[in-house]
Design a protein around this ligand. Structure first.
Ligand code: NDP
Length: 243
């Protein structure tokens, strides 16, 4: 909804990925002034539409729309973003079909890099519902020892320097610097920040961090593409679940 430039890029990338995978997709680019009732009606139609297995509402939505009401309206079996409380609860108990795409992408990167999470000190900076919190659950399910830091955390550096696996999901450019990282740590940068010069940068200061880390993800090109890949995976699962 509306004309958020970042949302436009994300939606285009998702549509492109669907086309590449052979997944049929429909886009509803609603004007910013669309009412909540109209949006709810569209979600209801898509919930009932048999040829649609997965639905996502690209966030953020305009201020007059209640994000929670919208997320709650999506059929949990079609909730490929895994933001519906039913799916959030399933992640808590470790019995889930859909995992939020960004934390799932982070887990896939860790797995494919041959890194075993069990017993590792995992520190996440950021506690949002879409990244930090589900990331904590996924790392915990893999037997990591998890610390979640946020804006009220005292002595942040003491926490980050303990991390064998450090996940940055803060939304502040270059927030994590090399001196905040334990030598040999695995550093995963979830942040996508657009600088004044229009360049993208992460939450980790790549140049200083790469000197200390044993492995590090770049921005752009690290977690971002993985997020989309995981969305495709969730959509395929949804197609199987919904028959
Ligand atoms: P939110 O703004 O929802 O959350 C940011 C978190 O960072 C909050 O928990 C906040 O703490 C914490 N924080 C803010 N300032 C500090 C500080 N000084 N010290 C410690 N913690 C701090 O962001 P999101 O989780 O939605 O996104 C984080 C980043 O990841 C953004 O750059 C976003 O663009 C990017 N992103 C990337 C995706 C991808 O596909 N790669 C997908 C989703 C997001 P508090 O809770 O106390 O306010």
């Amino acid at each position: 909804m509306g004309d958020d430039p970042a949302s436009r890029v994300y939606v285009n990338n998702k549509k492109k990925a669907c086309a590449e995978c052979g997944i049929y997709s429909e886009e509803y680019a609603l004007p910013g002034e669309t009412s909540q009732e109209e949006l709810l009606r569209l979600i209801d139609t898509l919930n009932k539409k048999p040829e649609i297995s997965g639905i996502l509402v690209q966030l953020p939505v305009p201020k007059h729309i209640d994000e929670k009401t919208i997320i709650n309206a999506i059929d949990p079996k079609k909730d490929v973003d895994a933001f519906h409380p039913v799916n959030v609860g399933k992640i808590m108990v470790g019995d889930y079909d859909f995992v939020p795409c960004t934390p799932a992408g982070v887990m896939e990167l860790i797995k494919e890099s041959g890194i075993d999470v069990a017993g590792k000190e995992c520190v996440i900076v950021g506690r949002s519902n879409i990244v930090g919190k589900p990331q904590a659950m996924l790392l915990l399910h893999q037997n990591g020892t998890v610390t979640v830091c946020h804006s009220k955390t005292q002595n942040l550096k003491e926490h980050t320097r303990r991390a064998d696996i450090l996940v940055a999901a803060v939304g502040i450019p270059n927030f994590i610097t090399g001196d905040m990282i334990k030598p040999g740590a695995v550093v995963i940068d979830v942040g996508i920040n657009r600088l004044e010069n229009k360049k993208l940068c992460g939450d980790v200061e790549f140049e200083s961090a790469k000197e200390v880390a044993s492995a590090i993800t770049p921005v752009p090109g690290g977690v971002g593409p993985m997020t989309i890949a995981m969305l495709m995976k969730n959509t395929l699962k949804a197609a199987v679940i919904n028959g």
